[in-house]
Design a protein around this ligand. Structure first.
Ligand code: ZN
Ligand code: ZN
Length: 219
């Protein structure tokens, strides 16, 4: 097996090593990790508040998980062999106490899987929440469109009513001005009119005496 393949396989086999408090992975090499005598693993940051102020050089701290006062050792190639074997990528080899090692590794793997499960469940919950928010946003968008339509409709109605009122005002003005001009014309014609004497009918009374018989007749 090529050396890079071995390195990759080893990397996969130790991919479970993490701080039991903040779950940062050893492979990220962001900060040092420590194995405590209680077999919990903590990082530099998570350990610092638990190191007794009176004896910082004793390499002991209170475990933030089980609260036992424990010795700790940094996880690296320089740690004591008996502790380093706990992280062996193939514990069934080299005549190791593989039961103890596999129990240790299995417990940490399970802890990390539980953490991933919880994280996955949280992500699912967030996704559900995001979907709900999207639906709410879509409903709000639809409502906004309906309100816009309603507003356009109301504005049109207001314009129409204003137009009708303006036309009605114009009509009223025209009627009023017609009425004024008509009544003033009546008044002026009434004032200027002269009363004519009523023509007397001339009745000509024809006197019998004036009748001149034009025909003669016999009884
Ligand atoms: Zn940590
Ligand atoms: Zn502990």
């Amino acid at each position: 097996m090529a050396s890079n393949q071995v390195a990759k396989k080893t990397e996969q086999q130790i991919h479970w090593i993490h701080c039991n408090v903040c779950f940062i992975m050893y492979m990220r090499k962001e900060r040092s990790l420590y194995l405590l005598a209680c077999h919990h693993i903590v990082c530099e940051n998570c350990k610092q508040d638990y190191v007794p102020k009176s004896s910082p050089k004793l390499q002991i701290c209170t475990c933030p998980l089980c609260f036992k006062l424990s010795k700790f050792s940094e996880i690296n190639n320089s740690m004591p062999k008996i502790l380093k074997d706990l992280f062996h990528p193939e514990p069934w080899k080299d005549g190791l106490n593989n039961f103890q090692i596999m129990m240790f590794q299995s417990k940490h793997r399970q802890r990390y899987l539980d953490y991933l499960d919880a994280k996955f469940a949280k992500i699912q919950e967030h996704r559900k929440h995001i979907t709900q928010l999207k639906r709410q946003a879509e409903a709000t968008g639809r409502l906004a469109e309906e309100i816009k339509d309603e507003r356009r409709h109301l504005e049109n109605r207001v314009r129409l009513i204003q137009e009708q009122r303006r036309m009605s005002d114009d009509n009223n003005k025209n009627c009023l001005s017609n009425s004024i001009s008509s009544s003033s014309s009546d008044r002026s014609s009434h004032l200027g009119r002269r009363v004519r004497p009523t023509p007397t009918r001339e009745v000509t009374i024809t006197s019998f005496t004036n009748l001149t018989p034009t025909h003669s007749f016999e009884l």
